[in-house]
Design a protein around this ligand. Structure first.
Ligand code: NIG
Ligand code: FE
Length: 409
């Protein structure tokens, strides 16, 4: 047995429980001052404030700092070959994201670079990204396929995710996103690609148990709401839980669909209409918002306050990908969520911990400091939560703890 006692915690801030928090509860945290946490074999056993009533094999003095649960990044496109720095000049000239895609660039250029990379190359590259995420305080993440767009290449990406989950300290939840773009060879044959997804690729993903979730890019020029429904319903039949990229650029019905089919989360929601919010509230869908993408696309920001008011739980994630958000830093996401969404630091913390964990079906295990959850914690170079959300551009992660093991920020 290995035990760890973290003591002299200036402030312990955490949401509580194993379910997403909505409405006013999103902003309600457990806050303990002068606190301690005791863990055994990588799990939280007890915590409290005042003098710790017990000792452990290993003792860690938090030096009066802030401690929170390890951050959870519920939306990344972690596995890809190459980069797209050539698009920066186009962005500066205001060439729209969807125009770059329609001209064969964007996602489709990353598809080429990902096909050209071996499984080992993709694994190494993504492992480096996971290392960086951990240095910024992320201890659990989600990762999507979607730069394959054919059976072998989608399976290749998902096998990389599985391998990383097995070998890297980060917990990595896998999402199949074969419906990320229409492959150019199917340009005149949309039904052909939907058929391939539903009749060949999804069954193969399910058979190898390579993913837990199925995601679709529901967007103008990509997949319509009806096509998205078809793919997600098919995924459901094979046991894949639906997620959906909705209302990122145009509101074409994605958020309404999310609530109707009981998607666990809907992503982006930058231009989410009121009916979409109402549908998600009815369906119990979590809004997974990606404020760094709004920043990077120079677009508007999702109506996060309205979502909280209407009882939709809000999770916050990076959207790490080579096109619309090459960013691994959830601290930056927290800053932007405060300043642009006008969320409070308490609402933001719930968004990057418990609600994010719920958005990837892991809230029983991670996302809060609660008894029996994994000892995934961050000691911050910050005296309190306000300071963490207020400072900009520094990495304030001092010590990152994953399953009771120490990594440094
Ligand atoms: O979530 N919108 C679709 N997918 C990603 C972007 C992927 C890319 O540009 O490579 C996103 O923004
Ligand atoms: Fe995305």
């Amino acid at each position: 047995m290995s035990s760890l006692l973290i003591h002299n915690i200036g402030m312990l801030a955490t949401p509580e429980g194993t379910e997403a928090h909505r409405g006013p509860a999103q902003g309600q945290l457990r806050v303990l001052e002068n606190a301690w946490i005791y863990t055994e074999n990588g799990r939280i056993v007890s915590f409290g404030s005042g003098e710790p009533p017990l000792t452990a094999e290993e003792k860690l003095d938090a030096g009066g700092r802030l401690v929170t649960p390890g951050l959870v990044d519920a939306h990344t496109h972690l596995i890809f070959g190459g980069w797209r720095q050539n698009e920066l000049a186009m962005k500066i000239r205001n060439v729209p994201y969807l125009d770059i895609l329609a001209s064969g660039g964007g996602i489709l250029s990353t598809v080429k670079a990902t096909h050209a990379a071996t499984e080992a190359e993709l694994t190494n590259k993504a492992a480096t990204a996971l290392d960086e995420m951990m240095r910024f305080g992320t201890t659990t993440c989600e990762a999507k396929s979607g730069y394959g767009l054919c059976k072998d290449e989608e399976l290749k990406q998902l096998r990389v995710i599985r391998k990383l989950n097995e070998t890297h300290p980060m917990d990595v939840a896998a999402t199949f996103m074969g419906a990320h773009a229409l492959p150019p060879e199917y340009k005149e044959n949309r039904e052909g690609y939907l058929k391939l997804l539903c009749e060949e690729i999804i069954p193969a993903v399910a058979q190898e148990k390579l993913a837990r979730f199925c995601d679709v890019f529901c967007e103008t020029g990509v997949f319509t709401a009806e096509e998205s429904r078809q793919v997600l319903e098919c995924g459901k039949e094979y046991g894949l839980i639906p997620k959906i990229h909705a209302d990122e650029i145009d509101p074409i019905g994605g958020s309404q669909l999310a609530g109707q089919i009981g998607a666990i989360s809907a992503e982006h929601l930058i231009v989410c209409p009121d009916e979409g919010i109402a549908s998600m509230a009815r369906g119990g869908t979590i809004a997974c918002l990606l404020p760094a993408t709004s920043f990077y696309l120079n677009s508007t920001y999702a109506p996060a306050r309205k979502m909280i008011e209407q009882g939709v739980p809000v999770a916050l994630a990076s959207d790490y990908n080579p096109g619309s958000c090459p960013c691994l830093n959830l601290q930056l996401v927290m800053n932007i969520a405060c300043l642009k969404y006008r969320l409070t630091p308490e609402e933001v913390l719930t968004g990057v911990t418990l609600n994010a964990a719920a958005a990837i079906g892991m809230a029983e295990l991670v996302g809060s400091v609660d008894r029996a959850k994994q000892a995934d914690l961050v000691i911050w170079d910050a005296p309190d939560l306000n300071y963490l959300c207020y400072r900009l551009g520094s990495n304030l992660a001092h010590t990152v703890i994953k399953k009771g093991v120490l990594y440094h920020g």
